[in-house]
Design a protein around this ligand. Structure first.
Ligand SMILES: [Zn+2]
Length: 58
């Protein structure tokens, strides 16, 4: 899965991995798969907490 383009050379980078496969420029944080995994986990946790709060408040 290649969704991000390198800022420097325009190479389509893999979703995971922390640098461009062609020029080895370090990716920005938003271009890293791990960042999105973290964001997704945070959303799941927040939604879980919100659902619990609603449950307890009736
Ligand atoms: Zn590059």
């Amino acid at each position: 899965m290649r969704v991000f383009r390198c800022d420097d050379c325009g190479h389509k980078m893999k979703f995971f991995g922390k640098s461009c496969g062609k020029c080895h420029l370090e990716k920005r944080s938003l271009q890293r798969g791990s960042t999105w995994v973290m964001i997704l986990l945070a959303v799941v946790v927040v939604v879980g907490i919100a659902a619990r709060l609603r449950f307890f408040q009736g």
